[in-house]
Ligand binder design. Sequence first.
Ligand code: AMP
Ligand code: ZN
Length: 469
Amino acid sequence: MLIYNTQSRKKEEFKPINPPKVSMYICGPTVYNYIHIGNARTFLMSDVIRRYIEYKGYDVKFAMNITDIDDKIIRQSIEENVPSSEVAGKYIKAFLEDMDSLKLKRATINPYATDHIGEIIDLIKTLEEKGFAYNIDGNVFYDVSKFKTYGQLSGKNIDDLESGARIEINEMKKNPLDFSLWKKAKEGEPSWDSPWGKGRPGWHIECSAMSCKHLGETIDIHMGGNDLIFPHHENEVAQSEAATDKHFVNYWMHLGFVNINEEKMSKSLGNFFTAREVLAKFPAEAIRLFFVQTHYRGPLSFSEELLSGAQKGLEKITNLAETLKLEEEKNSTSSVNPEFDFEKYYAEFEKEMDDDFNSPKGVAVIFDFVKNVNKVIADNESLHVEFVKKAKEFLSKTAEGVLGILHFDDLGKSKGASLEDELINLLLRLRAQAKEDKNYKLSDEIRDQLSGLGVQLKDSKTGTTFTIN
Ligand code: AMP
Ligand code: ZN
């Protein structure tokens, strides 16, 4: 399996430190608002990557931190006139709900920054003792000049970094690239006791402390959006490696941005859709298909039109899945077991996904599979139970298990569809059952009654679809 490593800027063979265990860390949300669909893509693609690594037989420990103390949260708490812990609590709940609605697997652990103040203080103390940190009147900074390989992850030299980046401006710093490890408390702000007085941690140190506590000093994979390479991840490397003298991360993976009209989707530009707004209109599976049809590293243009296109495409997969589900219930013992090379499709799917998680090509293999299984269905009167089982298993392992674009248990009750659609789908399932029971009187009656209401049915080998006049 090849993974593109930001550190080396090339694809490298994946060799976990302690197989079959794999440790993965992703920088999670700062909880001061609802997440937008751009944030959602980052988390959703990390879910697909994690699921594929699990598909390969690894035992993944997946940590996604929650930044629950930060300037933005404090600002929001002043705006809403509630304590910052209340702001964080409200948006943590919303975040986890959104992740569940998008059908992400829950992380193995979601560590909160405010639960790790002790570990953070210990880490800063170590950095101070080793000469990598300095304290100015209760503000502790990291001294970048002491870390000789600073800039290596982002591939920049110190001069470029100084001129180009969004670095924190603070007159107390010795060097513009130095960054806060501990911020002295300001009047009315949440704070904790520390050897440097009351204050709160900087953002970067949280991730170094939490990844070390939960995954160890060296971890297999660290992920985050492209924007985090510098300064956030560069600073994590500087902190962790200076403190432990160990290599911090073996594979750095960065996920591409969602754009809207050629601009980055962001809260500050105001050009965003929240994940929950989009989920109210489209089922999670359609959103997931839309995302996995673009490589995780590439940029992705967002529009509802493109999302509708993905939803249409998804029908091909769900129609076949529904047919297979019905066939399975029939438990047909037809003696003809059609020739079909299932292994070929597994091999193709794995070949694409092994190549740095090439999900667009992985999806193409699934569509090709659907097309060819449909041909078999069209050519055969009834299907052998073994064929149905294997076809369903393929979709279940790939489309459902890895990509999450299909859920056999949820077929027919697609979230985001209207109650009207769901009721029609219910009638269609009852009609299919009536036909199977050779109760043609009832199945015709359902069709005619629906037609009387302006709902036209179209039967095909792969199932029934409807249009409303
Ligand atoms: P934040 O809550 O702002 O810290 O962002 C959470 C995650 O979403 C980070 O990994 C960001 O890199 C990522 N992110 C922010 N904006 C976008 C976007 N437009 N497209 C994709 N990922 C994004
Ligand atoms: Zn982080």
